[in-house]
Ligand binder design. Structure first.
Ligand code: ATP
Ligand code: MG
Ligand code: MG
Length: 387
């Protein structure tokens, strides 16, 4: 298919599913992450010493350089990488190394404030936002402009809502500052959305975009809990907005665009992920080409596969740790294995923790009603205390 070797920064579940997808096309991958047997490294046996994985941080320039020396194309399963190092490595190895998406894209996206400024610059719809300092005065001034409740967000290193704090009353401002630590902050107006929706968009090296169906995402405690595909509702505007956002970024690959659908039908972009995304896991079983395979095809300059659904309806349920107990995950999995149309993905994480994504379950069916009835026993089997 291709002789090019792909280097992946990050070896978590997204890297694991990328690597599994790469193996189907016999694409060789080398993974950089701390440890020797994380979720992604478990599924790829290095075919030669040249292809051995690297034990180190995706935020360490030396380790990124080591990875770059072994591969032809670099990509990332996480945006919290050292984007400047990546950029310098790309420039130094221009003739033989490709990096997708472009490090400048990763750099913009990894800082949520810069990401919002970029979207606003391109006249794409976002919630009103302001930069703030980590001081009570600065946040109080922002409340004066954007009102309460106010969503305070860390600009960097956010995931699963862990960089967010909702200030509902002025006396909670110090708690927000404490909870978000010393990270640089910004704030967003609270958006009372009707629904959250998301769409995966693939972008080729030439800049063409192709999107998957719009899906509904349901979050619990700011962590993605359920995804329903396709979203039944007006979807044209969301697709146009998401595709335009991805057109304005550079480099190839798959992008996840999270959006709010407001009561009046307005669509706002919440955030963009420059990589495969939780809301696109369903594509493995429910679409003609998965988000993972299309990411690989896009970064390797291969033809993109169809993004169409191949089933009438699908859902995805995240398996999220409720405690340190792995046995709760095992019992949920046993229930899942007895239901038709259900596929279980376990990520091979060595320890379970409350709020940690341990796996996911995809449910496909002939109708929304069938998918919902297959989903019901799974929701009933969720461990007590799961988010
Ligand atoms: P992810 O795991 O998706 O990367 P994250 O940590 O980057 O999450 P966000 O996507 O910014 O966090 O926010 C998490 C959730 O919080 C959103 O999916 C949404 O439910 C809620 N949320 C975020 N911003 C707002 C807002 N301005 N108003 C209301 N709710 C919001
Ligand atoms: Mg995020
Ligand atoms: Mg998000």
């Amino acid at each position: 298919m291709t002789d090019k070797v792909v280097g992946i920064l990050g070896g978590g579940q997204l890297g694991r599913m990328l690597a599994a997808s790469a193996s189907l096309l016999n694409i060789k991958v080398v993974i950089l992450d701390v440890g020797t047997a994380g979720p992604a490294k478990q599924v790829v046996f290095p075919v030669s010493p040249d292809h051995s994985h690297i034990d180190g941080s995706f935020a360490d320039p030396d380790k990124i350089r080591e990875l770059a020396s072994k591969v032809d194309v670099l990509t990332a399963e996480i945006e919290h990488v050292d984007a400047d190092a990546l950029d310098a490595i790309g420039t130094a190895n221009q003739s033989r190394l490709q990096i997708h998406p472009h490090p400048s894209t990763i750099k913009i996206i990894q800082d949520k404030l810069r990401q919002k400024e970029m979207l606003q610059f391109h006249k794409l719809p976002v919630a009103p936002f302001l930069q703030v300092d980590s001081t009570p005065e600065s946040i109080q001034n922002a409340i004066g402009v954007l009102g309460l409740p106010l969503m305070v967000k860390s600009r960097t290193l956010a995931y699963d809502g862990r960089g967010n704090y909702v200030v509902r009353t002025i006396d909670r401002i110090p708690d927000a500052i404490k909870a978000l630590g010393n990270r640089p902050l910004y704030v967003e107006k609270w958006m009372p959305f009707r629904k959250e929706v998301a769409i995966m968009v693939a972008r080729t090296i030439g800049g063409d975009v192709k999107s998957y169906p719009l899906v509904e995402t349901i979050h619990k405690d700011s962590i993605c809990h359920l995804v329903f595909a396709p979203f039944r509702g007006v979807t044209d505007r969301a697709k146009i907005v998401a595709e335009n956002a991805v057109r304005n970024l550079s480099g190839a690959g798959i992008f996840g665009v999270e959006m709010f659908l407001m009561e009046d039908g307005e669509i706002l972009i919440n955030e963009i992920a420059p990589r495969p995304h939780n809301s696109g896991h369903y594509t493995i079983e429910a679409c003609e080409t998965s988000q993972y395979e299309n990411h690989l095809r896009a970064i390797l300059g291969l033809p993109l596969g169809s993004t169409e659904l191949k089933v009438p309806s699908a859902a995805m349920l995240n398996i999220i740790g409720a405690s340190s107990s792995m046995s709760e995950i095992t019992s949920l999995t046993r229930v899942a294995l007895s239901i038709p149309g259900v596929s279980v993905h376990l990520y091979g994480k060595s320890e379970c923790r409350k709020g940690r994504k341990m796996g996911h379950i995809t449910i496909v069916g002939e109708s929304d009603a069938q998918v919902r009835s297959r989903l019901r026993p799974l929701l009933e089997a969720l461990p007590n205390g799961s988010p």
